[in-house]
Design a binder for this molecule. Structure first.
Ligand code: BDR
Ligand code: CA
Length: 316
């Protein structure tokens, strides 16, 4: 049997407990080759997202993967963070040691550009899990990379589900709507995981218990992170657990068949303060504007959690 070569990805992220689970899922999956983690300011400031990314690599024993620091703030607007959801460090919940591995020399945007230029065109997939600042900066500085990107699979936006940071906007797009506009207008194939789908992936008691029952340290750390993370959304939505937003991106790369969506036009609101960062998704095709994103709306959440448990069990 010939094994398919692992798919090279760059995870651009602002960890965040749900980013953490996405990163661990990717590290535990032999179908994926994580070329680097590029950190961006988002859930917490850059100094913490670069720290948190390294903590997670050390937890998984993968200090061989470089972590690059990216943008310290959004393109135009001031940085908005989400300590109210993720806690002071962004990874509140478990007691985790400070990282010892250094940051990679150089900058995330340079790394993204260099990698896309050096690797075969159409081979590298970008996985943004936070505000799109780093990706937009790379596309603006080096437009030649756009046709070389295999695909961008991102967490962001919402339509029927509304927003989470404002009634209209989801956090990642709201924090840097101008960057999102650059990305959505780049012509790169985009698959988006909006709140419409991520709100279907809930960390119920039984699911957290199953993760803890894996018996490894990573499972225990994930269980503690999710117990902390879910309290915010459980109080807000009166739901049976918190939504695992960012892991949807990685699960989609591994099992696209458990997701359903449509290829539609999505525009980003960058002018109105009231609806800033809204993803105006033409689900019903009423505008005649060209489709630019695959908008995912449904997932088989039991299949998702089965995959997550199977993979987390492989980690230390
Ligand atoms: C997104 O915002 C962050 O708080 C999460 O990590 C996720 O990427 C959800 O709106
Ligand atoms: Ca995130």
């Amino acid at each position: 049997m010939t094994l398919k070569p692992a798919r090279p990805i760059i995870i651009d992220t602002d960890p965040g407990q749900d980013d953490a689970v996405a990163i661990l899922l990717a590290l535990a999956s032999p179908e994926l080759q994580v070329l680097a983690i590029t950190a961006v300011a988002g859930n917490v400031p850059l100094a913490l997202t670069t720290r948190n990314a390294r903590i997670l690599l050390e937890l998984a024993g993968r200090q061989d993967i470089p972590v690059y620091a990216g943008a310290i703030r959004p393109l135009v607007r001031p940085l908005v963070t989400a300590e109210n959801v993720h806690g002071k460090t962004g990874l509140d919940g478990p007691d985790l040691p400070e990282p010892t591995m250094p940051l990679a020399p150089g900058d995330a945007i340079d790394f993204i550009i260099r990698t896309l230029r050096e690797r075969p065109a159409g081979s590298v997939t970008l996985c943004p899990l936070g505000p799109l600042t780093n990706i937009a900066l790379a596309l603006v500085r080096a437009p030649d990379i756009a046709p070389r990107i295999a695909e961008i699979v991102l967490m962001g936006g919402g339509c029927f589900e509304g927003g989470n940071i404002t009634p209209a906007a989801e956090f990642n797009i709201f924090v840097d709507p101008h960057a999102a506009e650059v990305v959505f207008k780049s012509g790169v194939p985009i698959t988006m995981m909006p709140l419409d789908v991520t709100h279907q992936v809930l960390t119920t008691r039984a699911r957290i218990a199953a993760i803890r029952a894996l018996g490894n340290r990573s499972g225990e750390v994930v269980a503690q992170m999710l117990e902390f993370f879910e309290r915010f959304d459980v109080a807000k939505y009166q739901s049976d657990g918190g939504p695992l937003h960012d892991p949807c991106v990685i699960a989609y790369l591994l099992r696209p068949e458990i997701f359903q969506g449509r290829h539609i036009n999505v525009e980003i609101e960058t002018r109105s303060e009231l609806t800033m960062g809204m993803t105006v998704a033409d689900w019903w095709g009423v505008t005649g504007r060209a489709a630019n994103a695959r908008f995912i709306r449904k997932v088989d959440s039991d299949a998702f959690f089965a995959l997550l448990c199977e993979r987390l069990a492989q980690l230390p």
